[in-house]
Design a protein around this ligand. Structure first.
Ligand code: TRP
Length: 332
């Protein structure tokens, strides 16, 4: 709690050149709403990204691009602390300390570690294993009350709470115990090709995922190819995963209710429906893409944003670090 307002912290890895439509509709759209009610810290978590091998030039470009995408989506650099994780050394420092308060067995149970170890079996590094401890450091440094995350990150939030409670039980009230924050109407956007799994930039089928920066033609094409069913009836249904997903996307970008959307497409086929969804997505993303281009042409401004962010974030983080160091017994 700062100035009587609850603190929110969240972050996205700069591991690709564009966030997905799923990131935008599931996370960023809500972050934009939260910035008026809470003290928000939004991070670009590059330290997390290197748990998987990254090409240096690409990582650098992706970080800057992600910053521009945050801003283009409407995250306000004045109202929030927007920063690049590696610019605030306290993250790595606290992660080390918290490593000494985390058990191997707890980390070995993390499903994301197990999944990523399978996927990157030639690079199961110690960073991949202690990834959740770095995430705990991200959250605890800012004494965050609420952490907006998708359901795939719930386990990491649980372990963050466990580590914080353990630390507090030894040293007294050092860390705020964070809660997950799942907005009531957060859209959960699924792959267009496999609507039972989450839309993800690592989708094996590139047509499954729409990037925030995809061109209108590509967006229309991907939605045209989206998996539906043989029922040819636009409605929300139990086994109609593909159509449900398209309806969710349509409603998320147009702010219409599902009932209104279903009514609108009554008697129409999937071809018409998909065209309308595609056009609605293009319409929603094009002003964002325009702002993104303008921002990318203004490197000086982007630099000023991440520098100011690092300073503001560093000041908050250092306060927590100081407390932690004293508690642990370091000379400060
Ligand atoms: N692990 C998160 C993800 O992959 C990213 C992340 C890192 C994060 N640190 C965080 C999310 C702190 C919320 C809070 O989605």
């Amino acid at each position: 709690m700062i100035n009587g307002r609850k603190v929110i912290l969240s972050g996205i890895q700069p591991s690709s050149s564009s966030i997905t439509l799923g990131n935008y509709l599931g996370a960023l759209i809500n972050w934009v709403k939260l910035q008026n009610e809470y003290d928000c810290c939004f991070s670009i978590v590059d330290l997390h990204a290197i748990t998987v091998r990254q090409a240096p030039q690409e990582l650098r470009a992706n970080c800057l691009s992600l910053l521009a995408q945050y801003l283009a989506c409407g995250i306000d650099a004045q109202k929030n602390i927007i920063f690049i994780q590696s610019h605030v050394p306290a993250h790595a420092e606290l992660a080390w300390i918290l490593n000494c308060y985390t058990q191997m067995g707890e980390l070995a149970r993390m499903t994301q570690f197990k999944d990523k170890s399978k996927k990157h079996h030639d690079n199961i590094n110690a960073g991949l294993f202690t990834y959740p401890v770095l995430m705990a450091a991200d959250i605890l440094l800012y004494q965050a009350d609420l952490v907006p995350v998708g359901s795939d990150q719930k386990q990491h939030l649980e372990i963050t709470r466990d580590i914080a409670e353990r630390f507090n039980s030894i040293y007294g009230d050092v860390f705020t115990i964070p809660d997950g924050y799942i907005p009531k109407n957060a859209a959960r956007i699924m792959s267009l090709q496999d609507p039972l799994s989450k839309m993800s930039k690592s989708d094996p089928n590139p047509n499954g995922c729409i990037a925030l920066l995809d061109s209108p033609e590509v967006i229309i094409k991907k939605i045209k190819r989206a998996v539906t069913d043989s029922d040819a009836h636009v409605c929300y249904g139990e086994e109609k995963y593909g159509v449900n997903n398209l309806l969710n996307i349509y409603c998320a970008v147009t702010s219409k209710s599902i009932e209104d959307a279903v009514f609108e497409f009554e008697g129409k086929g999937y071809g018409d429906f998909k065209r309308a969804v595609g056009e609605a997505v293009v319409e929603a993303l094009s002003p964002i893409q325009q702002r993104y281009c303008d921002l990318m042409n203004n490197r000086d401004y982007l630099e000023s944003v991440y520098k100011a962010g690092a300073q503001k974030a560093g000041a908050v983080a250092d306060r927590t670090m100081n407390k932690v160091k004293k508690k642990v017994g370091f000379i400060v």
